[in-house]
Design a protein around this ligand. Structure first.
Ligand code: SF4
Ligand code: FES
Length: 244
């Protein structure tokens, strides 16, 4: 049965002195997602509403936004399951605002470049396969869909724009676990920086928010253990080792 839900959508265009909210009354059925509503608003009511999306099924990572204060993928956020008749939609935090719900992802992607980690997406292990020798678990970093949700949810990124951030640090840890012929030490040196793994305050908001079960905070902890081991071996005059 159709139900009407109030949507308050944050709006901003370049040159505006500040953001404001526009309100839309939208009919929803039990399967309606937030992205369904937003694309309908743009199609039928306000073609100037800007947002990013592509796949509609949680794989491209472009529709990250805040819904009722939490970072989500709009394409898989069911309106009814929010349990409220008023839905507030905002762009992601900790990224430059471009227009309405669109943020500039460039600085987020640049963090991956700094780590020098090519993205290899592999959403699921092949049935019956096992993690490679030396890989402790099957949570593959390649599950990352580069949505930027973890950076938006991170309280440290809000105060330190130089912080490398959860996704890039998870990338560094994946590189350490599975170098695939790449040089690991440069990424570890970057992760060992004051704006790297040590800057994390263990809030675990990134892992809580990540829609793809990457567990970036878990990777940061694993990275810290590895960096401590390297420092300890260096103090003892032992070979530091290339990766671990
Ligand atoms: S680690 Fe998770 S939240 Fe962060 S960019 Fe990757 S998929 Fe998105
Ligand atoms: S539209 Fe691709 S992840 Fe949501």
């Amino acid at each position: 049965m159709s139900e009407t839900v109030t949507f308050r959508v944050q709006r901003f265009k370049q040159g505006d002195p500040a953001s404001h909210y526009d309100t839309f009354q939208e009919s929803t059925d039990p399967r309606t997602t937030v992205l369904d509503v937003l694309t309908r608003i743009r199609r039928v009511e306000d073609p100037t509403l800007t947002l990013r999306h592509s796949c509609f099924h949680a794989s491209c990572g472009t529709c990250g936004m805040k819904v009722n204060g939490r970072e989500v993928l709009a394409c898989v956020t069911n309106v009814r399951e929010l349990g409220t008749d008023e839905v507030v939609v905002q762009p992601l935090d900790n990224a430059p605002l471009v227009s309405d719900l669109v943020v500039d992802m460039g600085p987020f992607y640049a963090r991956f470049n700094a780590i020098d980690r090519p993205l290899v997406r592999e959403s699921e292990l092949v049935p019956g396969s096992h993690p490679a020798e030396g890989i402790p678990h099957a949570e593959r970093y390649e599950d990352c869909i580069e949505c930027g949700i973890c950076l938006s949810a991170c309280p440290i990124a809000a105060t330190d724009p130089e912080y490398l951030g959860p996704a890039a640090l998870a990338a560094a840890d994946r590189l350490r676990e599975e170098p695939r012929g790449q040089q690991v030490p440069p990424a570890l040196r970057l992760a060992d920086d004051p704006h790297g793994a040590w800057r994390c305050h263990v809030a675990f908001e990134c892992s809580e928010a990540c829609p793809s079960n990457v567990d970036p905070a878990g990777h940061i902890m694993s990275l810290r253990r590895s960096l401590i081991g390297r420092r300890w071996r260096a103090l003892r005059g032992e070979p530091v080792g290339a990766e671990r």
